[in-house]
Write a protein that binds this ligand. Sequence first.
Ligand code: HEC
Length: 151
Amino acid sequence: MSTPDPTPKQDAKPRSNGGRYLFMLILGLVIGVVATVMLLNALNARKDKFPDALMEVQGWHMGQLKSAMEQNRCAATDALPHLQALRMTSNDLEAAFPGLKDDERFRNAASAMRGAVDKAIAAPPLSCESLAGTMKSIGDTCKGCHRDFKG
Ligand code: HEC
């Protein structure tokens, strides 16, 4: 004969909701991350990429000139292509920053850069010493504009 269990099996432990809360928390975090990424992408797509792109390109050519100098490759043929690229891209400064192009200081800064690069192309650097001087005079015009206009 089976004696009934004196302490009938009850659901002794109340069912814990911990697992469910954790799941909801993780789900919330995942949704939050996905929404944030979508929002950033949307904002980024609306942003005009041209100004930063132009600046990156100018920065790249200045970097190429610097590394040419460091490798002691300072013939006019080493520097000229980069100087020409800097000269051509400096034509686009006003177009790239339409909000600034009516500011006289901005236009002067853009002209100063074109002037400095014109000078460098008219008398291309023939030694690393003169290339250093050229880079200084061009770099000063970058800094001149950035001082006033780069956030
Ligand atoms: C006439 C103005 C002007 C001149 C000249 C100029 N820049 Fe800029 N540059 C700007 C402005 C304005 C910004 C800030 C852009 C922004 O925040 O979107 C900037 C930003 C930059 C940046 C950062 C780009 C980024 O993604 O935020 C680099 C790199 C740069 N410039 C390189 C140069 C170099 C190298 C030169 C010179 C060869 C130069 N710039 C000349 C106006 C100028």
